[in-house]
Design a protein around this ligand. Structure first.
Ligand SMILES: [Ca+2]
Length: 388
């Protein structure tokens, strides 16, 4: 249940954890996962923040508007927003890469499905296997998908972000770069997230400046935005509060609940291999719906996307997922409704496949460690009659 009995009681342990965090901010937007570690370092070591939003008439008008809309104390909202600072590095971080630069799945994958993250994942799996399996039983979302999400988002809590959420959300709500092709929509989105964050802080009576997260304002092990926290976070460890920073159990349950809420179908694979029959291939038709599952198995194949094995029995819809590989030929898979559900967490097929493949790698490595030692090979007892 989102916001259980004691929502948002900021514990001292959380404050200590946040102080201890020197991690780089995790990138919440899929396209930004492609940015280099060097770029993330620049963000982490950003210069002193810019002006306070207390000086901005538009921010103060916003404060009055959301106070009225959400029945909050207008003086408190104004005072709180006046504590927010413009962070130039955050505005810069959401500026999209130049148009025409091809994406690169192999490069993207290598940043997430790699030994350090897999090792951290195995440790997480071993520490929380019972909780992962309980979440799987409760929601139908496989344990390895849950583990994959938390691993891609924060390396299992190692990189939860070190920006003040208040600064991040205010910067993106009031100064989203106008050069971005979807600047207006993103501004509306971040204003909604800022309003939700302020509502949460006001009702919980906690210090809004103490909350840390990614440069996009995503928080905790699963990097939930405020609206996701409000709607999908659950108290899965049963201590009476929801805490996605300090409770791996709550993070596990909340990721599973999120994916279930976005249509996860138990027992259905995330994707199938696909190849093409050039004699009837209609790529524009196959690509038109992008990642939205649209095609039945029959219509998929009629347009030249050939399936085999279990994929032929798939009862739902499929999407042709294209993953660019820089200048090399692209990779393709047939994505199911469950592949699409993962993209509701982060709107990127690259992100979804990285989650899937990291989770598989973690589970396989964890299974290898727990598999019982093979019995020592004892030489067969030779029949005396066969001895020379
Ligand atoms: Ca809890």
């Amino acid at each position: 249940m989102p916001f259980a009995t004691h929502p948002f009681r900021l514990r001292r342990s959380l404050a200590l954890l946040l102080i201890a965090l020197s991690a780089l901010p995790i990138k919440a937007e899929a396209t930004n996962h492609l940015k280099s570690k060097k770029a993330a370092n620049v963000i982490a070591s950003a210069p002193l923040p810019g002006p306070s939003y207390g000086q901005r008439l538009d921010a103060m008008q916003f404060a009055d508007d959301i106070a009225a809309a959400r029945s909050l104390d207008p003086a408190w909202v104004r005072q709180t927003l006046a504590l927010a600072n413009y962070i130039p590095a955050i505005a810069k971080a959401v500026t999209p890469p130049p148009v025409g630069v091809p994406k690169n799945w192999q490069l993207y994958r290598s940043r997430f499905v790699e030994p350090i993250r897999i090792r951290a994942g195995v440790a997480f799996w071993q520490a929380h296997e019972a909780t992962l399996l309980r979440a799987q039983a409760a929601t139908g979302v496989p344990a390895e998908i849950i583990a994959g999400v938390i691993g891609v988002e924060t390396i299992y809590g190692q990189h939860m972000g070190n920006h003040r959420v208040l600064d991040a959300l205010a910067t993106l709500a009031f100064d989203f770069p106008t050069s971005h092709p979807r600047a207006a929509a993103r501004t509306t989105y971040f204003q909604g997230e800022l309003a939700q964050f302020l509502s949460m802080m006001s009702r919980a009576g906690t210090d809004p400046t103490a909350w840390r997260g990614s440069y996009a304002g995503a928080m905790g092990l699963p990097q939930f935005m405020p609206s996701s926290w409000h709607t999908y976070a659950v108290d899965f460890d049963g201590d009476g509060e929801v805490n996605l920073f300090t409770s791996p159990g709550d993070a596990i349950g909340s990721v599973a609940n999120y994916l279930k809420s976005f249509g996860w179908q138990p027992g259905v694979p995330t994707h199938y291999p696909v190849r093409f029959d050039a004699t009837r291939l209609d790529m524009p038709t196959l690509m038109a719906p992008d990642i939205l599952p649209t095609f039945s198995v029959d219509s998929f194949q009629a347009n030249g996307a050939v399936l085999e094995g279990a994929a032929l029995q798939h009862a739902g819809k499929l999407a042709l997922i294209e993953l660019q590989n820089g200048d090399a030929p692209a990779s393709y898979v047939a994505g199911t409704e469950n592949f699409y559900a993962i993209t509701r967490y982060n709107w990127s097929s690259y992100y979804a496949l990285a989650v899937i493949e990291l989770g598989q790698a973690v589970r396989q490595a964890a299974d290898l460690l727990t598999r019982p030692e093979p019995e020592p090979q004892t030489p067969p007892i030779t029949e005396p009659a066969l001895r020379p």
